[in-house]
Design a protein. Structure first.
Length: 454
């Protein structure tokens, strides 16, 4: 396994760097295309969230891979390589697997235990599949990461250790207002949610369940805002009063809102400090702002406006640093360690399978050739005799190959077992192209199977 991950997150970089390095959808696609065009990389995909950017690749050279992936991240993020490098981390092989599995379980999240990262990992896999940049290794890795994350949430109490970024942000706003819980703070308030993506939808639903009197959805595409408002308003949904508006109406809605949550994909500010100051002029009720976007949607200067409380990614990072760790975190760490070992063993075992298949194919060809030669020497054999001889020769070959092929699979699944496939190829003088053709056929089947799971 030659898995390499190069990235930066809230743990390694300040928010100001993460904000500048944020990747748009089109930029992610171009990054993947350039990654595959780079010499060291055979596969690649990118995991990009509001507080992490990670490039995963299957590389044939470690040092060249690190240099190439770091350069590509710098080029596509717009942050110079010299400035970006101190904030980058590198994980390789089993450490890279351990890192992704920890991320999937929420252990590496800003709010420990949050479950939204699973959807983002699924999106990263889907992007790699759509762009045909994720091969067998990354398909297997990300599918397994999703299963590990789900296992952690179902078998432990990691959910009690943390919440989604939305819930944590609303708790910070409620705490700042002197309320003990979000429901008490939110009850009867009018909420404005800017954006209609997954994070904004979660914010709207959370606010609705918390008891706000109205939710207004503003989005660049009005249709998406209307669909979200309809879902919230339906009796089967939250039942809250909800309506959709265009982005041009945000200024007017801001004057009536008590709480605003913004999470868009905009590259510039959605709410300037001046707009916020104008909105609160002449009002007595405080205005609570939650900015979950990266780069930020709301001008940081808004927190200096009297009567305004702003919570953003940066302040959430500071608050989460002091959050208590639940005892369940240790149990999740144990799950991650077990799953990393199992994944490594499965990958090592899979590495030798094409060689074993090629060996058995060669043996079958030898049997067929010898039987054909026997028929030439003994033309008077009847069908029953010929079948019995053929079956006997096959049994002999199968028995001779059974023990070594089973044993070599066991040995290959252990750490350091990758060399057994090479030894098998050398000992039996197997044609490398035959082994490669089995691997290619295997990969095609795996791609079809894995793509259907997402």
């Amino acid at each position: 396994m030659s898995l390499l991950v190069v990235g930066l997150s809230h743990r390694s970089a300040p928010v100001s760097i993460l904000e500048r390095a944020a990747l748009s959808g089109d930029t992610r696609i171009k990054l993947l295309q350039d990654t595959l065009a780079a010499e060291p990389a055979a596969e690649g995909t990118v995991l990009a969230t509001c507080n992490r950017i990670e490039l995963y690749a299957d590389v044939d050279k470690f040092h060249a891979g690190v240099a190439e992936l770091s350069t590509l991240l710098a080029q596509h993020s717009g942050v110079g390589l010299e400035e970006l490098t101190p904030y980058l981390y590198v994980h390789y092989e089993d450490r890279a697997v351990h890192h992704l599995f920890s991320v999937a379980c929420g252990l590496d999240s800003m709010v420990v235990g949050e479950g939204q990262i699973l959807g983002q990992i699924k999106d990263a896999l889907a992007l790699g599949q759509e762009q045909h940049t994720a091969g067998r290794l990354l398909n297997d890795l990300f599918q397994q990461a999703l299963r590990v994350g789900k296992r952690a949430h179902s078998e432990t109490g990691i959910d009690r250790a943390g919440q989604s970024l939305v819930t944590f942000g609303l708790e910070q706003l409620a705490d700042g207002a002197g309320d003990a819980d979000v429901d008490t703070w939110a009850k009867g308030k009018r909420a404005l949610v800017i954006g209609a993506g997954s994070m904004s939808s979660l914010a709207a639903a959370t606010l609705a369940r918390s008891g706000v009197s109205e939710v207004v959805i503003a989005n660049r595409t009005l249709d998406r805002a209307e669909r979200l408002a309809q879902i919230l308003s339906e009796p089967g949904g939250t039942g809250v009063t909800a309506r959709a508006v265009e982005m041009v109406a945000v200024g007017d809605e801001l004057t009536r809102a008590d709480v605003v949550v913004s999470c868009t994909g905009a590259t510039g500010l959605v709410l300037t400090g001046e707009a916020v100051e104008t909105a609160v002029q002449g009002r007595r009720a405080p205005l609570a702002l939650l900015d979950l976007a990266m780069p930020r949607d709301i001008d940081a200067a808004a927190h200096r406006v009297p009567g305004v409380r702003l919570v953003d990614i940066e302040s959430l990072a500071e608050a989460s640093a002091d959050a208590p760790m639940a005892a369940d975190v240790d149990q999740v760490r144990g799950i991650v360690s077990d799953e990393v070992a199992a994944f490594g063993a499965a990958q090592r075992a899979a590495h030798i399978t094409p060689t074993v298949v090629a060996l058995r194919t060669m043996a079958a060809d030898v049997v067929a050739g010898e039987v054909a030669r026997l028929e030439g020497r003994l033309p008077d054999l009847d069908d029953k005799q010929r079948a019995e001889i053929t079956q006997t020769v096959r049994r002999v070959v199968d028995k001779l190959l059974h023990a070594p092929t089973v044993r070599v699979k066991q040995l290959a699944s252990e750490p350091g077992g990758a060399g057994y496939a090479d030894a098998l190829r050398t000992l039996f003088d197997l044609d490398p192209e035959t082994v490669a053709s089995v691997s290619r056929a295997d990969l095609t089947d795996a791609d079809v199977k894995n793509r259907g799971r997402v």
